[in-house]
Structures are given as structure tokens and as C-alpha cells.
Design a protein around this ligand. Sequence first.
Ligand code: BQF
Length: 294
Amino acid sequence: MGARIIDGRLVAAEIRGEVKARAAKLAAKGIVPGLAVILVGLDPASLSYVTAKEKACAENGLASFEVKMPAETSQEELLAVVRRFNADSRVHGILVQLPLPKHIDEKAVIGTIAPEKDVDGFTPINVGRMVLDEPCFLPCTPAGVIELIKRSGVPTDGARAVVVGRSNIVGKPLMNLLVRKSVNATVTICHTGTKDLALHVREADIVVACAGKPGLVTAEMLKPGCCVIDVGVNRVEDPSVAKGYRLKGDVDFEAASKVAGWITPVPGGVGPMTITMLLANTVDAAARISGLEA
Ligand code: BQF
């Protein structure tokens, strides 16, 4: 008896249909939702992410405005681009692709994004609103994880959830969303300081692996029938494929899928949902900024 494979591409396609229809409604009223995408440097993974985001915009009726800047760009030059998009009425969402080069202060850059255009949900204003359960832009990957769990029919009320990883982008916001009354899970966060990872994961009805360590969560740790959400997108060398690498999650998928009740694959699990929630947030931003209902 194997796990149900949660098909992130399928769920993402369903939501993108809704997003595309809303974008078309706004466009018919003269507002084309617009996303600014800023990339500093030429990190191959970052480049592939921004390409995927721009393609998704084009396919769903959103405009994208791309700025690619050299790795040597100064912080002031980058801040000037962010401020320009803050003031540009064609732009409803601003995305600064992370990570930034070491000489740039990520906090200063994120903090400059206008909160009403912060479609990644990374500004302190949006983080505060999220924690307080106020209307806000939810960070895309955590929002995508919650959507996947809900739309797959995984029971969450009173479930024990273990989040492996405490990043500001995934682990910490996910902790906040999982404890909301609308999900109602009991949440444990595991991280590099956790003494016995297996001890915690064994008790979990829902395991979210977001540590960025390939194969960290093994089948032996899992409670039979649990739901495993794999957020890891690790590039591992693979000479047998043309690109020279393949994507591997934080979970040992082969073995875990024999024990779990539900599991997300990598690729094709959480990743497509991340981009979809970005589109949804951008359409939301366009509707709010323009004062049109969509
Ligand atoms: C898939 C990201 C680490 C650091 C910065 C689809 C994406 C990935 C995988 C994608 C990610 C990861 C993104 C798949 C955006 C997710 O089919 O499995 C899409 O584009 N992501 C990012 O923008 O920055 C990151 C991971």
C-alpha cells in the first residue's frame, strides 16, 4: 500500500485557471496585473526561477517587468530600482529574487518594497499582519503548502504537524499558518539545534521538510499514513542527465512513499504551487490597488 502522490502541477493548474480568469476580468476594466521581477547576478538556479515566474505571468494574462542587474550592483542602485517600481502604476507586485549578493543588505532591500506591492509577503509589515491574522500577502511557498494540504483532503484539525526548518521564508511562516484556527494543527519546529529529529517526526501526522538538506527525512522516521510535504529543491549532481544535475527533495521519496499516506514529489510538488501563489498575490494586489473587485 503506497502513499497518494500529491500532484502539485495539477493543483497549481486548477488555481491558475482561477487566477487567469480574475486577471482577464481586471484587464477588461483596463487594469492588467503587473509583476516586477528584479534579479541581481546570474546564479543559475535564481535565473531559472525568475524565468519560470515570467513565463507563468505571460501564460496567465499578467504583465511582467524584468530588471536583470550585474552581481556588482551597489545596494543604492538596487534600492533605486525598487523605489522606481514602488512609484510605477503599471506595477502591482514587486519581487526581488533571493538570495542577493553578500555585499547587499537583504533586510534593507526588502524593507524598501511598498507593503501593498509586497507579493512575496517578506516585508516586516506583512509578516506582522500574518502573525496577527490581519489581511496581508502570505509568503508564496507556505501559502502553497497549506493549499496543497487542504485541497488534498488531509485532515488538519488537531493534527500534529512537524516543520523541519526555521527559515524566514518557509519554516517560520508555515508555523504561523499551521496554528491558525482554520488549520488548527499542533505545531513543532525542528531545526539544527534539535537533539533527536526522528523522535519528533515519528509523532507527526503532517511532516513539512524545509531544511534544504537532501534526504534528511527518512522513511524510518515516519508514522505510517502520515502526510509528507517536501519543500526541498536541492540540486544534486547526476551525470546521466543532460543538465548534469537533478532536483532532490529533503525527503527520501522512494522509501517514504511506501510508509506515508500522502506525499509530494520533487519536482512537481510544492514548487509549482509557489509560483501559482505569486500570481494569485499579484492579482490580489492589482485588485486592491486599483480598487476594482476581482
Ligand atoms: C518543481 C527557491 C530556494 C531558494 C530560492 C517548480 C520552482 C521550483 C521547483 C520554483 C525556489 C523554489 C524559488 C519546481 C521558486 C521554488 O517543479 O518542483 C518551481 O521556481 N521555485 C525561488 O524563487 O527562490 C528560491 C528555492
